[in-house]
Design a protein around this ligand. Structure first.
Ligand code: C2E
Ligand code: MG
Ligand code: MG
Length: 340
């Protein structure tokens, strides 16, 4: 209890705003606490456990303190294991891309697909991106992983084009990947290497990547647009993007997050968010993709409000490349022809 009192005082004292060269900075403080003798009897052990607890405090949202609990070590260890395994996975081809069709509502034709990464671990089986993308982001592995995903999707697009299928492939880009200064050069390099048609590649950038609008960021988006790539804003509605800024960006699509589609049309809040997104998009001349469409009632609601594109289990989940192509064949839907 005494340690907690001290921690609170330290947080209050250290988080007072400070003025540095005319800028007001508000530091946040994360404190980890290890107790002697329960958590260790020597300085090294105590510091190590306090450090682990500090990461716990950061994960819990920063500006707080956490006591060490033994289970934290297990979690830290698991995370390290996962990071090392992921490093190997990228080198040893354990990753693959699955493709989920996107359907144009007006004519029911498949107009494209979204590439979603999967990790087939030799012992643990299939691992979903929600489990390893955060680890990839924390460890910096996201850059290598992101390059691999984009290259793979570009190869698939070129392959499809040669077989006469003109499908747009959407690729998810992590905020961390996007913020790197060499991002556009990497993309241009991959496009050149794979011979993919940039007009049939769409980058899905999350709202969080655009949260702090700046000239550099704007220029980066312009350069990507200049390469001919389509840009979609993923998870729209979950962040706090500046709506005024949105109209100045070379973005062509908004993707309504599936958390706002799930309870359509019964839930008043989902209806409010989805309606607002659709009308904002209409006024700004943007297309809307609704993801997570699982039933006919959702589809009808979206259709009635002129949502252009839908994606979800109602049509198909993300499928391995071969199954996706077989699905296209079987459903008889010829992908809507897209030309340069
Ligand atoms: P996201 O980009 O918003 O992708 C949509 C997610 O919704 C996918 O989950 C997809 O399988 C799932 N989904 C699609 N339709 C339905 C539906 O009708 N019902 C339900 N319940 N779910 C549906 P997945 O594949 O697990 O991917 C999760 C997230 O991981 C993605 O969200 C994306 O943010 C991230 N991710 C996936 N692949 C990549 C990648 O290659 N790079 C990066 N940076 N992130 C990726
Ligand atoms: Mg996406
Ligand atoms: Mg999304």
């Amino acid at each position: 209890e005494d340690a907690a009192v001290v921690a609170r005082k330290m947080i209050a004292a250290l988080s007072a705003p400070v003025s540095v060269e005319g800028h007001e900075l508000s530091p946040t403080v994360s404190i980890g606490i290890a107790l002697c003798p329960a958590d260790g009897r020597d300085v090294d052990t105590l510091l190590k456990h306090a450090d682990t607890a500090m990461y716990g405090a950061k994960e819990a949202g920063r500006n707080g303190f956490q006591f060490f609990v033994a289970d934290m070590n297990v979690r830290a260890f698991e995370r390290l294991m996962l990071e090392n395994a992921l490093r190997r996975a990228i080198e040893q081809d354990e990753l693959s891309l699955h493709y989920q069709p996107q359907i144009r509502v007006a004519d029911g034709q498949v107009c494209g697909c979204e590439a979603l990464v999967r990790w087939q671990h030799p012992e643990m089986g299939m691992i979903m991106p929600a489990q390893f993308i955060p680890v990839a982001e924390d460890s910096g592995l996201i850059v290598a992983l992101g390059d691999w995903v984009l290259e793979q999707a570009c190869r698939q697009q070129a392959l499809c084009a040669r077989a006469g299928r003109l499908l747009t492939i959407a690729v998810n880009i992590s905020a961390l990947q996007f913020r790197r200064a060499d991002f556009v050069d990497r993309v241009a390099d991959i496009l050149a290497r794979t011979g993919a048609n940039p007009r049939l590649i769409e980058l899905e950038i999350t709202e969080s990547a655009l949260m702090q609008p700046s000239d550099a960021l704007h220029e980066r988006l312009q350069r990507l647009g200049g390469l001919g790539l389509g840009l979609a804003l993923d998870d729209f509605g979950t962040g706090y993007s500046s709506l005024a800024y949105l109209k100045r960006l070379p973005i062509s699509r908004l993707k309504i997050d599936r958390s706002f589609v799930r309870d359509l049309p019964g839930d008043a809040e989902d209806v409010a968010v989805a309606s607002a997104t659709l009308s904002l998009a209409r006024d700004l001349g943007l297309e809307v993709v609704a993801e997570g469409v699982e039933n006919a009632a959702q589809l009808e609601w979206l259709k009635a409000r002129d949502c252009q594109i839908v994606q979800g289990f109602l049509f198909a989940p993300a499928l391995p490349a071969a199954d996706f192509l077989a699905w296209l064949q079987a459903c008889g839907a010829q992908p809507a022809g897209t030309t340069d």
